[in-house]
Design a protein around this ligand. Structure first.
Ligand code: M6R
Length: 610
């Protein structure tokens, strides 16, 4: 799960071009980084564990590379050491190769190559590809790569250079994205795991698919399919600026993104409210009303935070649009045998649009006939390209690995889509208008939570010394609990669980003690009374209790050690203020504990392997 970048051309120093490209791909992993290039028939390479900054710090002088390939790694096979960093080489160091993905049969190939007397220097699956290409190499690099790829099982995007082939990069892809960018005269040819790393260059872009291999040479691009037939690829012009994100005075990108939410929620609403009709206005939906009224089942798939938005949406769709709807974790869905037909609408939610499991589930659902609606933040992403229709979050780049503003925009957009479906089916104009009014309050509601961040910080600090946490809520507050617990785990490295409050007594209540604070999200609504009883049960067993509530309540104040009031909004949408409070709570605890908030250990912004 990594980022690949490569540069072939004379307009820029290939080493600097690669370094700059890799910085834009660091969201795909930051365990180690490396670059390899050619100078006068010699291979040059530099690798370092840790972030790209650590690699850059090693480069003291200008290195006049003729071409270069680079890599930023999220470790799968082997620890995040310099030895395991890419690029990897064959034993004789004739070629260098970078790889994104996982080779499932690497172990048997490695055993075979070892039997041939070949020595290995790393624990990675990637080195196996490099050694296998060298094993097949006679003098034709393309043929050697083609022969090697035939033996590989798994998913990959690769790029390699060879000392006897100046001005040549060979690139290939199976299931992992790889974009080729080039100017009209092909004075420079670039490759990248993500075309957004080309922004600002105004390049033509082609995407490699299904085992296609590209032979990139000076001013020349040739692409071949598995049968070695040349293919003419469709290209598109990629315009857009290279937007530099800064922290704008905040200590972390995460905090900046949390505070952007009134604005980003507004951006996901703007132009999408049809006040006259009491419905949503979604011209980009690209699915006709006929398509949508023929939908009999909605299946939502996503991972992590996006999955929590999906859980919320499934409940809201079923309740408001009266359509059978359920959310499934993408890595599970893709290996099930789900009932999907042409009447199924699959909603795939992903901030990045590059999450391998979500893409896998989408492809599986499509093969079974489903239509695909994507809810996505990143334009030009694989998800946006593969879906039948896309609703973009318009939240702007989310840099912090811990997702915040994307989540609240997903929730907002999914609520809008629900309203659209409900109005198409049975919801009256009057009810539609009421729902719309609540939706349009969301930016203001977000501001009201943020305005109280000072008090929330004090309370978070009070709880920051505990090692374990329980988040409890019911119905719409359950995904809010899962999300708050995920935030805390991810950036503070503390153990936190989100649970439906009513389920606690069926086992987990055994964990309750004075050492385990319970954080409760108590939304007003039909289950409020039950929630209070559940909180009594944990209080009776000595748990420190911190409750978030939406309406002043003396009884709750008597049970809880601390109560924090969130602005009132309809029950269905209360997940939004609750989640913002959860984000701040996690942030302040992580900060107090001195964690690396924007790039927590072991994580990557976009998870591009299974
Ligand atoms: O880009 P995606 O929305 O597909 O990413 C899915 C998850 O990897 C992501 O939400 C992850 O759980 C976040 N780091 C949570 O903050």
């Amino acid at each position: 799960m990594c980022g690949i970048f490569g540069y072939l051309g004379s307009l820029e120093n290939p080493l600097s071009a690669c370094l700059e490209g890799l910085k834009k791909l660091e969201y795909r992993g930051y365990d180690s980084a490396g670059i390899a290039g050619l100078i006068k028939g010699r291979l040059w390479a530099l690798k370092e564990s840790g972030k790209i900054a650590a690699l850059e710090a090693q480069i003291k002088n200008k290195v006049p590379l003729e071409i270069a390939i680079g890599h930023t790694r999220w470790a799968t096979h082997g620890a995040p050491t310099r030895e395991n960093a890419h690029p990897h080489f064959d034993e004789k160091e004739t070629l260098a190769l970078v790889h994104n993905g996982i080779i499932e049969n690497y172990s048997s190939i490695k055993t075979f190559l070892k039997q041939q007397g070949i020595k290995f220097f790393s624990e990675t699956d990637t080195e196996v590809i490099a050694q296998l290409v060298a094993y097949h190499y006679q003098s034709d690099l393309l043929k050697a790569v083609q022969a090697a790829l035939k033996e590989l099982k798994g998913a990959f995007a690769i790029a390699l250079i060879h000392k006897d082939h100046p001005d040549t990069i060979v690139a290939a892809s199976r299931e992992c994205p790889l974009a080729i960018g080039f100017d009209d005269l092909k004075k420079e040819i670039l490759i990248s795991s993500d075309p957004n790393a080309f922004l600002g260059r105004n390049l033509n872009v082609a995407y490699l698919q299904k085992d296609e291999i590209a032979l990139l040479q000076k001013a020349k691009i040739e692409i071949f399919d598995t049968m070695n037939h040349p293919i003419l690829k469709k290209t598109e012009k990629l315009y857009g600026q290279n937007l530099l994100s800064t922290k704008k005075g905040y200590d972390h990108f995460m905090l900046k993104e949390i505070f952007e939410q009134p604005f980003t929620i507004q951006k996901s609403l703007v132009g999408r409210l049809d006040e006259g009709l009491g419905s949503a206005h979604l011209p980009e939906l690209a699915l006709s009303n006929l398509d949508l009224t023929s939908v009999r089942q909605i299946l939502i798939t996503a991972c992590g935070t996006s999955y929590h938005a999906g859980l919320f949406a499934a409940e809201l769709l079923e309740e408001t649009a009266r359509l059978p709807a359920r959310a499934e974790i993408a890595s599970e869905l893709r290996y099930k045998n789900p009932l999907i037909s042409r009447e199924t609408l699959l909603i795939a939610i992903s901030q990045s649009g590059e999450t391998a499991d979500t893409l896998g589930a989408l492809r599986e659902a499509r093969a079974r006939g489903a239509r695909i609606l994507a809810i996505c933040n990143v334009k030009n992403s694989t998800l946006a390209r593969e879906a039948d229709a896309v609703l973009f979050l318009n939240a702007g780049p989310e840099i912090s690995v811990c997702s915040t503003k994307a989540f609240t925009s997903q929730v907002t957009l999914l609520a809008l889509f629900t309203l659209y479906m409900a109005r198409l089916r049975h919801l009256g104009q009057k009810e539609g208008k009421k729902f719309l009014r609540e939706l349009s309050l969301l930016p203001q509601i977000a501001s009201e939570v943020l305005n109280q961040s000072g008090r929330l910080e004090k309370l978070a600090l009070k709880y920051s010394q505990f090692e374990n946490f329980f988040f409890l809520g019911r119905r719409y507050m359950y995904p809010a609990c899962l999300e708050a617990a995920l935030k805390l785990k991810e950036i503070s490295y503390l153990n936190a669980n989100g649970y439906p409050a009513g389920e606690l007594k069926h086992g987990p209540i055994a964990l309750i003690s004075q050492e385990l604070p319970v954080i409760a999200f108590a939304a007003k609504g039909p289950t409020y009374g039950k929630m209070l009883s559940n909180l009594q049960e944990v209080k009776a067993r000595g748990a420190p209790l911190f409750a978030f509530a939406f309406e002043k309540d003396r009884e709750l104040e008597k049970i809880a050690d601390d109560v924090f009031y969130l602005p009132r909004i309809s029950d269905e949408l209360a997940i939004l203020p609750a989640s913002i409070a959860g984000q701040l709570f996690a942030y302040f605890i992580a900060k107090e504990r001195g964690r690396e908030i924007d790039q927590p250990r072991n994580l990557a912004k976009s998870v591009t392997v299974e």
